[in-house]
Design a protein around this ligand. Structure first.
Ligand SMILES: Nc1ncnc2c1ncn2[C@@H]1O[C@H](COP(=O)(O)OP(=O)(O)OP(=O)(O)O)[C@@H](O)[C@H]1O
Ligand SMILES: [Mg+2]
Length: 242
């Protein structure tokens, strides 16, 4: 299986603080990969480096075979990201936000509209299509931002806490959408919902204090920690028991 993403000793420092301590791991093409860790573990920093939003202090990484330092334009063409802080244009309507992103990625007007309608349906955004993004509740803004990440048909999709602030029904719906994408594209997500990560992930990485402590299938991680659930395994690793 080819690798969609490869990290080699990728490190990020903020002053004296080492946010990511030289991570080395691979994400195989087409898998759903969950990056787990408690608040401040370094998940967002990792995603920001892989998507060109933040420059690594040292180390290498390849996304879709492209070097994130020297071929960032190519990286940006094939991936898209829904950031932890919902990034939408507040004064544009839902429709306009979706079209805007599709056009930035070079879709023709006809194609952009077609994709927009698909995303509207997929995320049940139709009833708010004419509303300005700033008038939507936080959860609806979140839905829109994930729609904006998917509208470009990325080969590699990064979702940083996609379910943050979503109500239980919206969360369920989103997990269904994500599971429907499994196998079609490569997905890297972060979440604090262990049960869902356990059910959906092909591979899981656990970061503790900037350091990669485990990177394997859920079954392997449970076996390694001798726990019955990913949540228990995660707690054991995060608390330094193993
Ligand atoms: N721009 C920055 N300047 C200084 N320190 C930063 C910056 N961004 C992140 N950090 C620090 O780097 C560490 C990792 O932060 P990061 O946002 O990657 O964590 P996270 O795993 O995404 O956490 P959360 O679950 O809370 O989103 C934290 O200690 C954080 O304070
Ligand atoms: Mg984060």
């Amino acid at each position: 299986m080819k690798n969609a993403i490869e990290l080699n000793q990728l490190q990020k420092k903020f002053g004296d603080k080492v946010a990511v301590k030289g991570s080395t791991f691979q994400v195989e093409e087409g898998i759903l990969f969950s990056l787990l860790g408690v608040n401040g573990a370094g998940k967002t920093t990792t995603i920001r480096m892989l998507t060109g939003l933040s420059k690594p202090t040292s180390g290498e990484a390849y996304v879709g075979g492209y070097n994130i330092k020297t071929e960032l334009d190519q990286v940006k063409k094939i991936c898209n990201v829904s950031t932890q802080e919902t990034a939408i244009a507040p004064n544009l309507t839902v429709e306009e936000n979706l079209l805007f992103v599709a056009q930035i990625y070079g879709f023709s007007t006809t194609e952009a509209k077609k994709r927009m309608e698909e995303v509207m349906k997929q995320f049940s955004l139709d009833e708010v299509r004419k509303s300005k993004a700033k008038t939507l509740s936080g959860g609806w803004q979140r839905r829109l931002s994930i729609g904006m990440a998917l509208i470009t048909n990325p080969k590699i999709l990064f979702l940083d806490e996609p379910t943050l602030g979503l109500d239980v029904l919206a969360r369920k719906q989103l997990w269904k959408i994500i599971s429907g994408l499994k196998g079609k594209i490569t997905i890297v997500l972060t979440t604090h919902y262990m049960e869902e990560a356990e059910a959906l992930s092909d591979k899981v990485a656990i970061m503790v204090d900037g350091e990669l402590k485990a990177c394997n299938t859920v079954d392997e991680i449970k076996a390694m920690t001798q726990k019955d659930s990913l949540e228990d395994a995660f707690i054991a690793i995060a608390e330094g028991e193993v």
